[in-house]
Design a protein around this ligand. Structure first.
Ligand SMILES: [Zn+2]
Length: 257
């Protein structure tokens, strides 16, 4: 009888462990181009090995994609939106999420970095359970030298310009933020604004390893129709990704390699 009980107890325990694994899998973050899956709990642990040199994070999520802009609210036409930007629609009309613009820029930046011989990973997720702090903690698992988070801004129809946000707890973050901002100053489409200190409202930089320098880029205001057209354009995305990749490569060579 006791043997039988132990036998079933083992089976029940195995079932519970399997069930627990499936549950945590739902909270996994993906660096999808590499098909690496991490749980939030695991990601707090810091790996000693450096799995990549640069992580480019696509800000926001597929199904928690930040603010949206309706095309008919900003007088922008379908033909002004490149086909690689996803257009959604509901009863109010067609719209674009911040996430969709971030994704185009993030992918282009990783491609440019890899063309420069940099071991770069794209970090994006469609799971809305993630918070911004988790994004930083998950990056820690790969322990990159540099972490660049791509965002676009929303305020009103007149707001314009790009800037970088730096981590007040890391003096190198401010240096890298200035270098990246200056690297794209001559893009001719979106004007340069003064960089800002990363404050409480965006926690992802503050969650990074001490050995990782993080910068958050706000690459333009998508609430402004004219700027939206520019920041979605291949011209801007290609210019920005090439210049940022070249500057990041220089920083890697000077500071880390
Ligand atoms: Zn954002």
């Amino acid at each position: 009888m006791l043997n039988l009980l132990i036998k079933y107890a083992k089976r029940i325990l195995t079932l519970l462990i399997v069930a627990a694994l499936f549950t945590t899998a739902g909270y996994c973050y993906e660096q999808r181009d590499q098909y690496i899956r991490y749980s939030i709990e695991e990601a707090v642990e810091v790996m000693n090995n450096r799995a990549c040199e640069v992580i480019v994070r696509v800000g926001e999520y597929d199904n928690k994609p930040g603010k949206r802009i309706y095309l008919n609210d900003v007088d922008i036409r379908f033909k002004d939106i490149p086909t690689d930007i996803k257009i959604h629609s509901d009863a109010h009309g067609a719209y674009i999420h911040e996430y969709d613009i971030n994704l185009k820029e993030g992918k282009a930046l990783v491609e440019s970095l890899r063309a420069n011989g940099v071991n770069a990973q794209l970090q994006f997720t469609n799971l809305k359970t993630q918070d911004l702090n988790a994004a930083g903690r998950i990056a820690n698992k790969s322990n990159p030298y540099l972490y660049v988070s791509i965002h676009h801004n929303y305020y009103d129809g007149n707001a314009q310009g790009y800037f970088a946000m730096y981590n007040p707890n890391d003096s190198n973050s401010k240096i890298v933020a200035n270098r990246l901002s200056n690297a794209i100053a001559n893009n001719g489409l979106v004007r340069q604004r003064e960089n800002q200190q990363n404050t409480g409202y965006i926690g992802e930089l503050n969650s990074l390893n001490k050995s990782t320098t993080g910068v958050l880029l706000e690459l333009g205001f998508f609430s402004n129709g004219a700027e939206l057209k520019n920041i979605c354009s291949d011209n801007y995305v290609n210019y920005v990704s090439n210049k940022l990749a070249d500057e990041l490569t220089k920083i890697l060579n000077e500071q880390y390699r």
